[in-house]
Design a protein around this ligand. Structure first.
Ligand SMILES: Cc1cc2nc3c(=O)[nH]c(=O)nc-3n(C[C@H](O)[C@H](O)[C@H](O)COP(=O)(O)O)c2cc1C
Length: 379
């Protein structure tokens, strides 16, 4: 492992994380974004951070849905909901970066705490409910960039407010896409149909994440001309039959290019939780290790089922190169993470990429694309 990353990783584990984890997670998150935003303004700081942490390797480069990804490790939706990390994310070593989830109308977020940590379970408790300033306000801020940069995406979901009926909810999402389409500075969409924290949407039927709900949503979205590929952010805890029904609902819609597996975990009986820790957890849903096994299993299933129709993007419980490689072998062309960076430190993105390149060489793959799905038939 590169000495610079290893040294910072040690410092993060021993010095920085113990201090950060003493403060409320909501405050640390806000401060982290503010620092990321100000560091990203300076070209020399960006270059220095890239020199310290970023790992580049031709074997990791892929073209997916017409976009060139310098490496397969991206920032998952949820962390950067104000586009604060737009400038810095490539220097941190990310091969792509999702902003949001953003909604048509701003939403202040659920009552605090919106975030908490479960260190023994290697998880975060999330109850934000799409805190964001609204699509237009955030996208106006990022604007087009002069320099070449890795792909940047925008996750769009329903505004967390009461709706009179399902048609009104669909109209909100479709207007969100129409609004976003007017802006430059990003390259793909995520359609979030799977956030478990939207308290105000619970009584609207059908559910947006059901085959009937998705079918109506995609029918409404189809006439909107979108210049960028759309990836659907899928729910986690569904039966195989339910997931296949969702996939088959999306299949006829050519503008849906990929599926992201998966969103947060709700099930508190998940064996990955430390029992004492989960017993004390407040309202919300979970990221990290408790999402890993099920999202990997679903990747394998959908890789076999989709037969190349959809690009698969794996997310959930990636802390190491081995975790990311497992998703790639299971069928993911790209991998996203949030929680791994918080537990391991920002140098982990470069470390994962360096480790991936080593695994490719070890296993005789010329590029990451050659490894995608290589073990989808196992398990
Ligand atoms: C703080 C936080 C906020 C999140 N917010 C969103 C969100 O707004 N939209 C979304 O699609 N996923 C959201 N997620 C889910 C992540 O994108 C990801 O699917 C999940 O956390 C599993 O990845 P991880 O284990 O690497 O964190 C959020 C996750 C975290 C930790």
């Amino acid at each position: 492992m590169c000495g610079k990353r290893a040294l910072f990783g040690w410092m993060y584990q021993r010095l920085l994380k113990p201090v950060l984890f003493r403060f409320p997670a909501d405050d640390v998150h806000e401060r982290f974004l503010a620092i990321g935003r100000s560091l990203g303004r300076s070209r020399s700081i960006r270059s220095m951070i890239a020199w310290l942490w970023r790992y580049d390797d031709q074997r990791l480069v892929q073209t997916v849905s017409g976009l060139v990804f310098p490496n397969p490790i991206g920032l998952s939706a949820g962390l950067d909901y104000r586009a604060d990390l737009s400038a810095l994310a490539p220097s941190l070593g990310f091969g792509f970066h999702s902003i949001g989830t953003l909604t048509l109308e701003p939403y202040a977020g659920n009552p605090r705490p919106m975030l908490d940590r479960l260190p023994k379970s290697r998880a975060l408790l999330v109850n934000k409910g799409f805190r964001n300033e609204g699509i237009a306000a955030v996208l106006a801020r990022i604007g087009p960039s002069a320099d070449p940069r890795p792909p940047r995406g925008v996750s769009i979901g329903a505004t967390n407010r009461p709706y009179p009926d399902f048609s009104a909810l669909i109209a909100d999402i479709v207007d969100g896409f129409r609004t976003a389409e007017r802006f430059a500075g990003f390259d793909y969409y995520e359609l979030n149909i799977s956030c478990p924290n939207l308290v105000n949407l619970r009584d609207v039927k059908p559910e947006i994440g059901s085959p009937e709900g998705l079918s109506r949503l995609l029918a409404a979205l189809s006439p909107v001309v979108l210049a960028r590929p759309v990836f659907i952010k899928m729910p986690l805890e569904r039966t195989e039959a339910d997931m296949l029904a969702l996939v088959d609902t999306a299949r006829p819609h050519a503008f849906i290019k990929g599926l992201i597996l998966s969103n947060l975990a709700k099930d508190r009986s998940n064996p990955a939780f430390d029992r004492a820790e989960i017993a004390k957890a407040g309202p919300g849903n979970f990221s990290g290790k408790p999402t890993q096994a099920q999202s990997n299993a679903m990747l394998r299933t959908l890789y076999r089922h989709c037969r190349g129709r959809f690009v698969l993007i794996g997310t959930g419980g990636v802390f190491t190169a081995e975790d990311a490689y497992a998703k790639i072998l299971a069928g993911a062309s790209l991998v996203q993470l949030v929680t791994g960076m918080i537990y391991e430190g920002p140098q982990v993105i470069g470390s994962i990429n360096a480790g991936l390149a080593e695994y490719l060489v070890r296993d005789g793959y010329a590029s990451v694309s050659d490894a995608v799905g290589a073990r989808a038939d196992r398990g």
